[in-house]
Design a protein around this ligand. Structure first.
Ligand SMILES: NC(=O)C1=CN([C@@H]2O[C@H](COP(=O)(O)OP(=O)(O)OC[C@H]3O[C@@H](n4cnc5c(N)ncnc54)[C@H](OP(=O)(O)O)[C@@H]3O)[C@@H](O)[C@H]2O)[C@@H](O)CC1
Ligand SMILES: Nc1ncnc2c1ncn2[C@@H]1O[C@H](COP(=O)(O)OP(=O)(O)OP(=O)(O)O)[C@@H](O)[C@H]1O
Ligand SMILES: [Mg+2]
Length: 347
């Protein structure tokens, strides 16, 4: 699937591509058009590599059957939500549900809880994050959670950040996958040891957050124009945690392999799109780890999940922008999660 950085050869696989293109033409745009949008072709990816990678993302999606009980397809926790920011944890939590999780918990401050609850009756909201017993309160839920998304709307209050340190340690001790975004990344930039070497962690920095992390962690300067190498080096420096650098192209690496997603998105840069991505990623990381190596074919489950979440977020943006243009907001994108998911992964 992904290329080993700096190596690899392009295999054309033209016959296979022609067959797959013909098949897909029955259901949507030509395969190579879809793939050209999803991947950068200037590096050594063949179209067959790319189709295989997308197929691996599809492989991790659990089937919808009548044989499961509530919770099996995902119980996701979001750690964030404070006086200033209530939208971000809501966007992440509702996106996790819309992608296919069964239950979404938000762990936020006492003040933020009634506000977040009022946005949606579908969320389970715990007003614990500023309590002296915050770590214990979250810890009691950890055995029931499949992934934790830490940071959307967390803010930078020192009491909250201290509590989040304890929550991170408790989550690692229980082997819970952790997605770190927004102010969670601010905390990691101050204390990289909190996440160093934890192989079930994914960091999702935007441009500013990536710069802050690189400044904190890397000793020597990296060529800022080479995003692939910059992301790979940051991942390596953090002990191979998976890093997803969001931007005009999303670049992701586990320190060894590098993937790039240039799937067509939208030209609107309204706030909250990263929160949608982090909530979606929480579910996909759980699915990818749960799927097992026979479904992921030896590829990094976290990289597959990251590629899935980036493609999905961008597809939501694209569809919402076609309908709403300049007035597109993240709420419009969330309304597209279902159709975008079907279009990308179920056709
Ligand atoms: N509705 C809600 O509740 C929402 C709440 N949110 C929550 O807000 C909290 C803070 O998050 P944040 O992203 O604003 O972080 P922060 O590091 O202060 O970034 C601002 C600085 O970084 C820069 N900068 C950023 N991106 C850049 C780029 N692509 N390219 C270049 N520069 C870029 C930017 O530079 P400037 O434009 O000001 O020069 C500025 O200095 C967090 O909890 C988050 O979850 C959001 O999720 C949105 C929806
Ligand atoms: N210049 C761009 N062109 C196209 N898509 C972009 C661009 N920048 C970001 N995106 C997409 O928007 C999504 C969110 O990335 P963004 O950088 O806005 O995150 P963020 O700043 O953390 O968002 P939030 O407002 O939720 O904090 C990602 O899927 C990314 O691919
Ligand atoms: Mg953000």
């Amino acid at each position: 699937m992904a290329t080993r950085a700096g190596a690899g050869t392009v295999v054309a696989g033209a016959a296979v591509v022609a067959l797959l293109s013909a098949a897909l033409a029955l259901y949507g745009p030509p395969l190579d058009a879809v793939l050209r949008r999803a991947f950068s072709l200037h590096k050594p990816h063949s179209i067959t590599d790319m189709e295989n990678t997308l197929q691996l993302v599809r492989n991790i999606i659990p089937p919808l059957t009548t044989k499961k009980h509530k919770g099996q397809d995902g119980r996701i926790g979001i750690v964030g939500g404070c006086q200033e920011y209530t939208g971000a944890p809501y966007f992440a939590a509702i996106s996790a549900l819309k992608v296919g999780a069964d239950l979404s918990h938000v762990f936020c401050t006492r003040e933020a809880a009634p506000v977040i609850k009022s946005y949606s009756p579908e969320l389970i909201v715990h007003p614990v994050l500023d309590s002296p017993s915050a770590v214990r309160d979250v810890e009691t839920w950890l055995p029931r959670l499949h992934a934790l998304v830490v940071g959307p709307g967390l803010g930078r209050d020192n009491v909250l950040l201290e509590n989040v340190k304890g929550i991170l340690e408790a989550s690692k001790a229980r082997d819970v996958p952790i997605i770190i975004d927004a102010d969670g990344l601010w905390l990691i930039a101050q204390h990289p040891a909190l996440i160093h070497g934890y192989r079930k962690a994914v960091l999702t920095p935007n441009h500013g957050e990536f710069t802050r992390l690189s400044d904190a962690v890397l000793r020597d300067l990296v060529d800022g124009s080479d995003h692939r190498e910059a992301v790979r080096r940051l991942s390596q420096a953090l002990g191979n945690v998976t890093v997803v650098r969001k931007g005009e192209r999303d670049v992701m690496s586990d320190g060894e392999h590098v993937l790039e997603c240039a799937h067509e998105g939208s030209s609107r840069r309204c706030g909250g799109q990263g929160d949608l991505l982090s909530g979606a990623l929480g579910v996909l990381v759980h699915w990818a780890l749960h799927a097992g190596p026979e479904k992921t074919n030896g590829s990094s489950p976290l990289l597959l999940a990251a590629l899935g979440a980036c493609s999905l977020t961008r597809q939501c943006g694209h569809q919402a922008f076609q309908k709403h243009g300049r007035s597109t907001t993240t709420t419009d994108m969330i309304a597209e999660v279902g159709p975008a998911f079907r279009r990308l992964f179920e056709t």
